[in-house]
Design a protein around this ligand. Structure first.
Ligand code: HQG
Length: 178
């Protein structure tokens, strides 16, 4: 089994369903590394050195260890309510959101909502947004007027891997491409 499959499974456990392998996350999203390895290892071969490699080489830097590598968490993308201690910060003047064409009628009515996740995910550049959008079919890119939102008191967080997060984006701050 490839590291990609194992990494996807780790992402499912650390963001959405820790109970699948009988573990719990603490309020800051941390899992115990030994428990995680033992739980994952039941279905996907995993030891500490493989986990170190997966965390270090993950293309989107999805995971972090604590200082002594006894705990691990996902940096963002959770559906379960954990506080990964992101610092609120001022976003760039614009950010981008890539989505599938099938969602645009609803987005144009309601704005961007987090759906199953805790936050709406925004990309710092157009190319990344296009890649994210392609996961949902024919991609459509919205430019988000994040600077104006910030001046209007909306709160933004930047994940350690460069993804920007905010609770929602009302329609008036969205500009659809094309
Ligand atoms: C859409 C990946 C209808 C939204 C990526 C999106 C990202 C609406 C979908 C991260 C809506 C949710 C997150 C509304 C938003 N009506 N649809 N009002 N508001 N939507 O997967 O942003 O590989 O939960 O446009 O790289 O696609 O997992 O969010 O299309 O950073 O690390 O609802 O996931 O990272 O889809 O992706 P998702 P996302 P990872």
């Amino acid at each position: 089994m490839s590291n990609t499959n194992t990494s996807k499974y780790i992402s499912l456990i650390l963001r959405h369903k820790p109970e699948t392998i009988g573990i719990e996350l603490d309020e800051h999203g941390w899992a115990d590394v030994r428990e995680l390895i033992a739980g994952i290892n039941k279905t996907h071969p995993l030891d500490m050195s493989m986990l170190e490699t997966i965390v270090a080489e993950d293309a989107k830097q999805r995971y972090s260890f604590n200082e002594d590598h006894t705990k691990i968490r996902a940096n963002q993308g959770h559906s379960i309510a954990v506080d990964v201690e992101l610092k609120a910060q001022e976003p760039p003047e614009v950010l981008y959101h890539g989505t599938g064409e099938k969602f645009t009628a609803s987005i144009d009515q309601q704005g961007l909502l987090p759906r199953s996740r805790l936050y709406v995910h925004l990309s710092p550049d157009y190319t990344t947004a296009r890649t994210v959008g392609t996961r949902h079919g024919r991609p459509v890119i919205y430019t988000v007027l994040s600077g104006q939102m910030f001046r209007d008191s909306f709160v933004f967080y930047r994940s350690v891997n460069g993804v920007w997060l905010t609770k929602e984006v009302p329609v008036k701050y969205l500009v659809k491409e094309g």
